[in-house]
Design a protein around this ligand. Structure first.
Ligand code: SF4
Length: 422
């Protein structure tokens, strides 16, 4: 079978191609690392194997220093052999957890490869436990399994699970911003929207009882490009998406804010007055890194689904030359504005076969390769300079005040390599 689908050229001349084959990405459990920090009274109980527990502990353990709000209920050999009643065991684990941690208001049962393989019905378990623990604790479920998913889909699945539980509203005044953002970024956007006269609410909220309401008049703006299921769930509740690029870099942030301003009828002069100081600071911060990045050739392996907006930022604001943008999934509607902004002829590969991608990357010898952790070490050993794409999820990068940090994340490995060569 031919693993390569035909190339589809978009109107702007960007060549989008789908490829199939082996991939090297983390599973959706990884999203717990940033989600458990974001929703401060939530707990994520992974129903999985020891491998799942190790993944979460090592991914989160080295990145955070707070009391963990995640754990793994281990499915062992007895469970896999069908010798134990998994539902009874799960109820026992959850009861013990809630007794020990009365601060938990929202409990996510997170499915994994093993729980999917043994077909454990976590939605029924969540319903049963929710009824038992209401009103103090709400129990929801989603899958973070690595079967056919990539790591940012964990956030998408988590937020999509929240949507049916959001309160109903008929109000049309508020803007709903969708996607987990660092608190500092959320506070900056709240201030900017407020100066524009727009009351913004965020999904997810920081606490379970502050989740935003949604209804037929709700207009929402995606803050992350990997929220296909969440957007669909919101649309099923009657909400409308405001089409926009993503708030990465000075230009992306301005266009993102502008899309909301237009939807809410904000006067053009007011928009300029509110955004000008941030835009100026962002441009100044970017200028400090321009020399290090301009003219550098960059290759993206598919990993986080942030690849297209990041590549657009690097090409348009930092003068980078894009060799190839691999992305695990390409939501053509959500990314339409981003694709329009890519330089004509940029190859965009959805899916990507790992071996073919590696061949092309090695042949191109890029100045910088953006890839997952698993590929970074071998490519560094071959003399290529790499950037871990997962770092872009753990670092606040959206908005004007973070634009300089975003550029620096890409400049840093180049500077390090230059020093090593000297
Ligand atoms: Fe591995 Fe699957 Fe568990 Fe992820 S969910 S850690 S891919 S077994």
């Amino acid at each position: 079978m031919n693993a390569h689908a035909p190339i589809a050229a978009t109107e702007c001349g960007v060549a989008v191609r789908a490829e199939r084959g082996q991939r090297a990405v983390f599973c959706g459990l990884t999203g717990i690392v940033w989600l458990h920090r974001k929703i401060q009274d939530a707990f994520f109980l992974v129903v999985g194997s020891r491998t799942c527990a190790h993944l979460i502990q090592s991914a989160a353990g080295v990145m955070i220093f707070a009391e963990p709000r995640f754990a793994t209920a281990i499915i062992d050999e007895r469970d896999l052999a069908g010798l134990a009643d998994m539902n009874e065991e799960l109820d026992r684990v959850v009861t013990r957890l809630i007794e020990r941690r009365p601060d938990i208001r929202l409990l996510f049962l997170v499915g994994s490869c093993p729980s999917e393989v043994i077909k454990l019905d976590l939605s029924r378990a969540a319903l049963r436990l929710s009824q038992r623990l209401a009103p103090a604790v709400r129990v929801l479920n989603y899958s973070g399994s690595g079967i056919e998913t990539t790591f940012t889909q964990g956030e998408d699945a988590c937020l999509a699970a929240l949507v049916p539980a959001l309160p109903e509203t008929a109000a049309t005044r508020d803007l709903l911003v969708v996607g987990a953002l660092a608190d500092v970024v959320e506070d900056q956007f709240t201030r900017l929207f407020s100066d524009l006269g727009i009351a913004a609410r965020f999904l997810p909220a920081r606490r379970a009882d502050q989740m935003p309401a949604v209804g037929r008049g709700t207009r929402f703006l995606l803050a992350q490009p990997f929220l296909a299921d969440t957007a669909r769930a919101l649309e099923e509740r009657g909400a409308h998406r405001i089409a926009a690029p993503f708030p990465l870099g000075a230009e992306g942030t301005t266009a993102w804010l502008h899309a909301a301003a237009e939807a809410f009828g904000v006067d053009g002069r007011r928009f300029e007055t509110v955004t000008a100081p941030g835009l100026r600071r962002a441009r100044q911060a970017l200028a400090a890194h321009a020399e290090k990045l301009a003219g550098k050739r960059v290759f993206f392996f598919p990993d986080s689904q942030l690849e297209v907006p990041l590549a657009r930022f690097l090409a348009r604001e930092m003068g980078v030359e894009l060799i190839e943008i691999g992305t695990p999934y390409l939501h053509r509607a959500h990314l339409a504005a981003e694709i329009d902004w890519l330089p004509g002829g940029t190859p965009v590969v959805e899916g990507q076969s790992l071996d073919d991608g590696l061949d092309r990357c090695r042949a191109a010898r890029p100045d910088l390769t953006v890839c997952g952790l698993g590929l970074a070490n071998p490519l560094e050993a071959e003399g290529l300079t790499t950037k871990w794409s997962i770092e872009l999820l753990f670092t606040p990068i959206q908005g004007y005040e973070q634009a300089g940090d975003l550029a620096e994340l890409f400049a840093r490995p180049l500077v390090r390599r230059a020093r090593l060569e000297v």
